[in-house]
Design a protein around this ligand. Structure first.
Ligand code: GDP
Ligand code: MG
Length: 299
């Protein structure tokens, strides 16, 4: 058997469905998702091995327009550097919706993906009621860029993903697999756990979510039939600490319950989860503090 192996970057503006697509392709929850843009902060690898081919998908944080602080600079570097060394780009746009952020991704690909085949995936077609409007939308985008192929998909419902995957697999070069057949991510269990807690906070807190909140797993111990985990939720101000904890600790308790359920499924074990909220002032404006929390450029 001749092995094939390569990298496929999933790019697109925030909220277009990149993480949803990756999770569906893997059949596992790797990348956290929400309605709120900028949910994904880290570059994540999702590995899918099928037949003779291993495709390593790279989920990227979106491109960010306002470059105010260290966090946004980090996210933008991560977005453009994610194209280095990839064999295929899967570019997601939303059906019938073209924004200035899509235009920015187009610029990024025009400058950085000149040698890389780009597949266009037009996502959220399940939301399109008037199918006839899809064709003119597709031909407009086709005038902007030369695509290898185009697929209307629904990442949420899983429609047309098998066709998309086949097309990606065809573009992956002959090479020995980089990862063992059963490995599906490069991330540690600790990292995935912290991300799940962050997702539950995003979902429960909605607009009240402190933008610069982050989660760090401090303790992770497997015992006989139970895994003990404690994690710190870092915020910047005492007032934010109050919001995260909620009245009589209610919010934090709900977040803990939500997170514990997902973590138990992910690790396939019983979980004891403790959450703490701590204040660290101004961390997202401080490159060094960012690195301490795991946002390094090597990410
Ligand atoms: P990302 O920022 O590009 O990673 O986007 P996410 O994967 O976090 O998705 C953003 C939002 O769009 C979430 O609320 C998803 O449930 C939703 N979404 C993603 N794909 C689809 C889809 O195919 N159809 C619909 N209706 N919603 C979707
Ligand atoms: Mg995402």
């Amino acid at each position: 058997m001749t092995e094939r192996c390569g990298y496929a970057a999933i790019v697109g503006r925030p909220n277009v469905g990149k993480s949803t697509l990756l999770n569906h392709l893997l059949g596992q929850k790797l990348s956290i998702t929400s309605r709120k843009p900028q949910t994904t902060r880290h570059r994540l690898l999702g590995i899918k091995t099928e037949g003779d081919t291993q495709v390593i998908y790279v989920d990227t944080p979106g491109v960010h327009q306002r470059q105010h602080n260290a966090m946004n600079r980090y996210l933008n570097r991560a977005a453009s550097s994610s194209l280095i060394g990839v064999d295929v780009v899967v570019w997601l746009v939303e059906a019938l919706k073209w924004t200035s952020e899509d235009e920015q991704v187009l610029q990024l690909l025009t400058h950085h993906a000149t040698e890389i085949p780009v597949i266009l995936a037009v996502n959220k077609v399940d939301q399109v009621t008037d199918r006839e409007r899809l064709l003119p939308f597709l031909s407009e985008i086709q005038e902007k860029f030369s695509f290898q192929e185009i697929f209307p998909i629904s990442a949420l419902r899983g429609s047309n993903l098998a066709e998309l995957e086949k097309s990606v697999a065809k573009l992956v070069p002959e090479a020995a697999w980089f990862f063992p057949e059963d490995q599906w991510t490069d991330r540690s269990e600790r990292f995935l756990v912290a991300e799940i807690v962050r997702e539950k906070l995003i979902r429960r807190l909605g607009a009240e979510l402190p933008y610069r909140l982050t989660v760090q797993v401090e303790h992770f111990a497997n015992e006989d039939n139970l895994t003990h985990i404690s994690a710190v939720i870092w915020v910047e101000r005492d007032s934010q600490k109050g919001i995260v904890i909620g009245k009589q600790g209610k919010m934090l308790k709900q977040v803990g319950t939500d997170a514990r359920q997902d973590i138990a499924v992910l690790l396939d074990r019983k979980i004891f989860l403790q959450l703490w909220v701590k204040v660290r002032a101004g961390w997202s404006d401080d490159e060094r503090a960012l690195r301490q929390l795991g946002y390094s450029d090597e990410d």
